[in-house]
Design a protein around this ligand. Structure first.
Ligand SMILES: O=C(O)CCC(=O)C(=O)O
Ligand SMILES: [Fe+2]
Length: 304
C-alpha cells in the first residue's frame, strides 16, 4: 500500500536531508541500523512519530482483529547496492528465502491465529534502486510450500544459519534434497515488491520472502516494523527496551506528546485499564508532566 502523504512525508523529507548516500557507512551491509542509531526511539521526531502514527496503529488493529497491540520492532536501516556479487555466507545482498518468525518468537506461528504483523516502509523508488523484497503468496491450505512445520530454512531445527542465497542452497542441495526442491519452487514463485517513497508492505512472520540485490551504488532506506497482540505469547521485543532509553528527555517527550492509544503500543496502560489507581496516576504524572503529559483522560476513566 501507499501510506498517506501526510503520514510519510515528514520522515521522507528528514531522510532526504539527513540520511543520504554520503552519510551511509558503505561497510555496513547487514540488516539493522549501524550502532542501533535508528532503532525506536531514535530522538528524531518525524521518525519516532511515524512509528507511533495512529493510522498505522489502526491498520494493524484491523489486521490482527484486536484493539490492544504492542510494538515489537522499529528500525530504519540502509541497504547499498554493491559492485561485485558478495556471496559470503552471511552476506545480506541476495538473501536466502526465509520466514521471519524464527528470531522473533520462541514458539511457532499458527496460520489461522496470527498474533503478529510485520511491515517494511520503503523511502526510495524501486525504479531507481531495484532491491524490492521478494515474497511468495500462499495458495490455500494445500499449498505444498506452506505445510507446517516451517523448518525448511537456515537456522531452524538444527540447520546452520546462512543469510546468502547461494551459500544456503548449496548447503540444502548437499544435505537436505527434499527441502532443496521445496526451496527451488519458492524461488520460481517469488514476486517482487515495487515501491515508491512511502510504500508499505504488510506481511506475516510466516510468509516466505527475502531481500534482493540493489543496483550497484544505489541506496535503499527502509523501516522495519512489527507489532503483536498484547496477549500473544512467546514474542520478543527486537529493539532495546524503550524504558532503557530514558533519562535524557527524548523518550520522555515521546510519552508526553503521544496520545493514550500511541502510548499503549509501549505497554503504557490505556485510560480505563484496571492498572490505574489515583496513586499510580499521581506518580506517573509526576514523572512525565514536565514533558507535556496530560493525566486527564486517565483520571476521567479511573475505575472506582
Ligand atoms: O531487505 C528486504 O527487502 C527484506 C529483508 C528481510 O527479509 C530480512 O532481513 O529478514
Ligand atoms: Fe525477512
Amino acid at each position: 500500500m501507499q501510506l498517506p502523504d501526510d503520514v510519510s512525508s515528514p520522515s521522507i523529507q528528514w531522510l532526504n536531508e539527513n540520511f543520504t548516500l554520503d552519510k551511509v557507512d558503505s561497510e555496513h551491509l547487514d540488516f539493522g541500523s549501524p550502532d542501533k542509531q535508528f532503532e525506536f526511539p531514535t530522538c528524531v521526531e518525524p521518525l519516532d512519530d511515524l512509528v507511533l502514527n495512529e493510522q498505522l496503529i489502526k491498520a494493524v488493529q484491523q489486521l490482527l482483529g484486536v484493539d490492544d497491540i504492542r510494538l515489537l520492532q522499529a528500525d530504519l536501516w540502509p541497504k547499498v547496492g554493491v559492485e561485485t556479487d558478495n556471496h559470503d555466507a552471511q552476506a545480506n545482498t541476495d538473501q536466502r528465502i526465509h520466514m521471519d518468525y524464527g528470531n522473533n518468537t520462541v514458539l511457532h506461528p499458527d496460520w489461522y491465529d496470527p498474533e503478529a504483523v510485520a511491515a517494511i516502509i520503503y523511502y526510495d523508488d524501486s525504479e531507481e534502486t531495484a532491491g524490492g523484497t521478494a515474497y511468495v503468496t500462499r495458495n490455500g491450505d494445500t499449498d505444498p510450500v506452506y505445510q507446517t512445520p516451517f523448518i525448511h530454512m537456515p537456522g531452524q531445527a538444527g540447520k546452520p544459519f546462512f543469510n546468502d542465497r547461494k551459500t544456503t542452497e548449496k548447503w540444502f542441495c548437499a544435505n537436505d534434497p527434499a527441502a532443496f526442491e521445496l526451496r527451488d519452487k519458492l524461488y520460481q514463485r517469488e514476486e517482487i515488491v515495487k515501491f515508491k517513497p512511502g510504500t508499505i508492505l504488510f506481511y506475516r512472520h510466516d510468509i516466505w520472502h527475502r531481500g534482493t540485490p540493489l543496483l550497484p551504488g544505489k541506496l535503499r532506506r527502509v523501516h522495519n516494523l512489527a507489532w503483536k497482540r498484547a496477549d500473544a505469547r512467546g514474542w520478543s521485543i527486537w529493539n532495546q527496551g524503550w524504558a532503557k532509553q530514558s533519562y535524557y528527555g527524548n523518550f520522555e517527550a515521546i510519552i508526553g506528546r503521544s496520545t493514550p492509544l500511541q502510548r499503549s503500543l509501549l505497554d503504557f496502560p490505556l485510560p480505563g485499564d484496571p492498572y490505574w489507581t489515583d496513586e499510580r496516576l499521581d506518580n506517573v504524572n509526576a514523572r512525565y508532566s514536565a514533558f507535556g503529559f496530560d493525566a486527564t483522560p486517565y483520571r476521567e476513566q479511573l475505575l472506582r
